[in-house]
Write a protein that binds this ligand. Structure first.
Ligand code: LMR
Length: 397
């Protein structure tokens, strides 16, 4: 019956993470998946989230279904986090927010909606982008193409080429943009570059779809929402999927959201209605528990500042590891420029290591990087950074 079902080659990130789990070596180092590990190599349970969980569990009663669009307190808290407490677009009723199954769920619900209401639109993603973007949007039936982004020669951004490509894009193309901490390269647009992008989006009637999965890991919780607030202030209609996997260390709870900024409140009502229909067809309604943790952390006057300080500490630790790896590698290989470790932001850096060099790192040294050369800096710690640098130096020499 199933002879025609072909073998699944595996996912480049998740399968590698599984292989790491099965590797019996005790000195192995996981720099593959986008997860924040603390200096002891553990996924942290943030004290703010733990305290929120105690309160949520203490208050818990019956477990009814949530509405299709998710819990009202969660959705309101997300809008405030993304758009700001005094947001004009939120006050005008122009923003639709649904609770999603991680930001991946937000991408999927948004992609299904786009396929239905913009059936001829092409999805444009950065070259490169998160491996799963293409898969999710193609799974929605959309055609996915790329626009220039990463400059391998400089370890920076091909901004002029990106703008030229977007100026030449078909009207109503959907442009997937990483709002901060670009995955996989760590190369972000500056605030000035975001400002230069806005007229291009307007003139070409392009529809931005922001992916904000690493809020707080770049420059700060508010700073990393810059693109969201700029596009909203500039009167654009757009999508934004966001996640609490990384910022609250809540990976397995699948807490995320999709927001759509609409031209007016009446259109927002209809967009919300069709989002609900899309959700009902996909998974009916989102789970209860994780979203309530997020809502509690964001709205509790004691827990909110605690969480903000925890995000600062995680971001600072990554910065420290960037500096450390840069310094050790620069000392070992003086002819090479490792400054990209310092300029790139967030969890990831694009190392320029080839797939074969990544294979050697894994096989000979137990150091796991995605074969694109993406390194999750958040997997480094004071106990493994030196060994990582030694291994990289060995495969580069
Ligand atoms: C990553 O990029 O490693 C993370 O976002 C985890 C994932 O689902 O791929």
């Amino acid at each position: 019956m199933f002879q025609h079902v072909e073998a699944y080659p595996g996912d480049p990130i998740l399968s590698l993470n599984e292989a790491f789990g099965k590797d019996p070596r005790t000195n192995k180092i996981n720099l593959s998946i986008g997860i924040y590990f603390d200096d002891a190599g553990k996924i942290p349970m943030l004290p703010s989230v733990r305290a929120a969980e105690h309160k949520v569990v203490a208050d818990a009663g019956a477990r009814p279904y949530l509405p299709m669009e998710g819990a009202a307190n969660f959705r309101t808290a997300v809008q405030e986090l993304l758009f700001g407490a005094d947001s004009a677009v939120v006050k005008a009723g122009r923003v639709v927010t649904i609770q999603a199954v991680g930001s991946s769920g937000g991408l999927k619900v948004g992609g299904d909606f786009i396929k239905r209401y913009f059936p001829t639109s092409t999805m444009l993603v950065s070259d490169p982008t998160w491996d799963n973007h293409k898969a999710v949007f193609e799974g929605c039936g959309l055609t996915v193409k790329t626009y220039p982004y990463y400059d391998a020669a400089t370890g920076g951004l091909r901004f002029d080429a990106m703008i030229e490509a977007l100026k030449a894009a078909e009207k109503k193309s959907i442009v997937l943009l990483h709002a901060c901490c670009h995955n996989p390269t760590g190369v972000d647009l500056t605030q000035e570059q975001w400002q230069q992008l806005v007229p291009v989006l307007k003139e070409r009637e392009l529809i931005a779809f922001l992916d904000l999965a690493y809020q707080g890991y770049g420059d700060g919780i508010v700073e990393d929402a810059y693109a969201v607030r700029l596009l909203a202030d500039q009167g654009l209609s757009f999508f934004v999927a966001n996640s609490f996997s990384k910022s609250m260390s809540l990976y397995g709870e699948r807490c995320g959201a999709l927001s759509v900024v609409c031209p007016d409140a009446a259109q927002a009502v209809n967009v919300l209605g069709q989002m609900k229909a899309t959700i009902r067809r996909n998974y009916s309604n989102p789970p209860l528990h994780g979203g309530q943790l997020v809502a509690r952390v964001l709205s509790d006057p004691e827990l909110r500042p605690m969480w903000e300080a925890e995000v600062v500490a995680m971001r600072d630790r990554i910065q420290f590891m960037r500096r450390k790896l840069h310094d050790v590698l620069s000392a070992k290989l003086p002819g090479r420029d490792f400054s990209y470790f310092l300029t790139q932001r967030g969890m990831f850096s694009y190392t320029g290591l080839t797939a074969e060099q990544c294979d050697r790192l894994k096989e000979e040294f137990g150091v796991y990087l995605v074969r694109s050369g993406r390194m999750c800096i958040a997997g480094l710690n004071t106990g493994n950074v030196e060994a990582t640098a030694n291994a990289i130096a060995a495969v580069l020499s």
